[in-house]
Design a binder for this molecule. Structure first.
Ligand code: ADP
Ligand code: MG
Length: 262
């Protein structure tokens, strides 16, 4: 039965997509069967894995509105060790179309059901908003949300609104929704600010912040334009090692034993 985690933060550019792809790829590296759901109409996760978003005839949109079943739409690149339900610009329409559908907040959770037996991890990459798509992502997050936070000025801005949205979803739709972990991203150890932000975020989310901190890395910024996860593009880089360590940390948190790989 897959563990389902949703990467959420309504701020854009904090590392949701980068973390979903690279955490996912390293969970795959450790033998887990991983499915990434691209829930963003901008389809950055799709493009970053080398898939042309404009060529998608069946993806998150068609699955979400019930036009197509999920399984045949999933793309798999064995080298990347991560499968993808691709997004396309059509998904932008879902925000409006879903409003008229029954169980509009639960659609994603429902359509994921057939994938639960086929994967060990399902990661959902949310758009930078708190609209209906993101609410679908929250309701589907059976094992909780992962919140990437950029180690920059105003890092905490907007997190109050995010935790309120999570609380609203708990109150009305999914009482067990939990914050599983906060991922610190784009850390630049040369700045005092970055170090201060780490301390601030740890104070704001006591016991929720992963020990592993993702460094700011040119390699990580480059990888999407080559359509590759960092585990394939630059496996020796610090950023790759960080996402590998993050995957190990999550596996340990989930009580999954991994054999030491050589
Ligand atoms: P989000 O999905 O939250 O909008 P992204 O993961 O797309 O954020 O990241 C925003 C931009 O920053 C992208 O261009 C990405 O390649 C880049 N980026 C993400 N993480 C890092 C990092 N640790 N170091 C350098 N660049 C990064
Ligand atoms: Mg994104």
């Amino acid at each position: 039965m897959a563990r389902v985690y949703t990467l959420v933060n309504q701020k854009g550019g904090v590392g949701k997509t980068t973390s979903a792809i690279n955490l996912g790829a390293y969970l795959g590296y450790y033998g887990q069967r991983v499915l990434l759901i691209d829930l963003d109409p901008q389809a950055n996760a799709t493009s970053s894995l080398g898939v042309d978003k404009n060529s998608i005839r069946g993806g998150t949109y068609e699955v979400l509105i019930g036009r197509m079943p999920i399984t045949p739409q999933i793309l798999h690149n064995p080298r990347y060790k991560i499968s993808l339900l691709p997004s396309s610009p059509a998904l932008a329409g879902a925000e409006v179309e879903l409003v008229d559908l029954p169980n509009r907040e639960q659609r994603l959770k429902e359509v994921l059901a057939p994938a639960l037996e086929r994967y060990d991890y399902i990661l959902i990459d949310c758009p930078p908003s708190l609209g209906l798509l993101t609410v679908n992502g929250l309701v589907a997050a059976a094992n909780g949300v992962l919140i990437p936070v950029q180690c920059e000025y105003l890092a905490l801005e907007g997190l109050g609104q995010l935790t309120q949205t999570i609380q609203r979803v708990r109150n009305s739709l999914f009482p067990e929704l939990q914050i599983r972990g906060v991922i610190l991203t784009m850390f630049d150890g040369r700045t005092r600010l970055a170090t201060d932000v780490v301390a601030e975020v740890r104070k704001y989310f006591p016991d929720k912040v992963f020990q592993t901190i993702i460094p700011r890395s040119i390699r990580l910024a480059e990888a999407p334009s080559f359509g590759k996860p960092i585990s394939v593009y630059a496996p020796e880089s610090h950023a790759a090692q960080a996402y590998q360590a993050l995957a190990k940390e999550l596996l340990a948190l989930d009580g999954i034993h991994i054999p030491e790989l050589v």
